[in-house]
Design a protein around this ligand. Structure first.
Ligand code: 4DW
Ligand code: GAR
Length: 189
């Protein structure tokens, strides 16, 4: 039986698309059964619609506290019998309570070779640091941001003349291969 996976997004959802595409393969161990966005205008919602995957908008602004938002997200995940959760450009910090509910079953993708360049500007920071090699990481989400156990990493070269945009593009290409591979590892466990 394929594992039931939900993807949480806030924006473009190109990693969501990579997971959707990978899951079309007959032998892939996971299926994307739900997409949740905290932003109504997220382009990833269109990707879900095109793929005929149920999608929900749960706007954090509609909730008085972080924990109430998290409980609404959790309830939707329970309703859809979700077993594994993938964060893909999801930009809201999830509470310790939520993280505990999904302990060991929630992945995130980050655009650096963690533990290097944690935080929201990983690509810019790598460029500014002058490294010749960066990459992307899929890790298990823990309470501490960008610090959970690494499931998979891919290296990406920083090339002479790279801008934040050009480097981001190259990292994205690596992400779109890495995330499906990492989810396959977790789903197959
Ligand atoms: C991440 C971490 C923190 C914020 C945004 C993104 C990386 C991935 C992630 C999303 N939610 C998470 C994680 C994580 O690694 N660990 C946990 N939850 N527990 C962040 O602080 N975002 C702020 C909002 C930004 C915005 O709305 O634009 C925030 O205050 O939530
Ligand atoms: C990805 O590059 C991901 O690594 C990054 O957001 C992008 C989302 O793109 N995440 C972080 O920086 C987390 N701190 P997408 O919406 O096209 O998948």
């Amino acid at each position: 039986m394929k594992r039931r996976v939900a993807v949480l997004i806030s924006g473009n959802g190109s990693n969501l698309q990579a997971l959707i595409d990978a899951a079309k393969e007959e032998n892939y161990p996971a299926q994307i059964v739900l997409v949740i966005s905290n932003k109504p205008q997220a382009y990833g919602l269109k990707r879900a619609a095109t793929a005929h995957i149920p999608a929900l908008v749960i706007e954090h602004g509609a909730y008085a506290t972080r924990e109430e938002f998290d409980r609404a997200v959790h309830a939707a995940l329970m309703d859809a019998h979700v077993e594994i959760l993938c964060l893909a450009g999801f930009m809201r910090l999830l509470s310790p309570w939520f993280v505990a509910q999904w302990q060991g079953r929630m992945l995130n993708i980050h655009p650096s070779l963690l533990p290097a360049f944690k935080g929201a500007h990983a690509v810019r920071d790598a460029l500014a640091a002058g490294v010749t090699k960066t990459g992307c990481t899929v890790h298990v989400v823990t309470e501490a941001v960008d610090a959970g156990p690494v499931v998979a990493q891919a290296e990406v070269a920083v090339l002479p003349g790279d801008t934040e945009e050009s480097l981001k593009l190259r990292i994205h290409e690596a992400e779109h291969r890495l995330y499906p591979a990492a989810l396959k590892v977790l789903a197959g466990r």
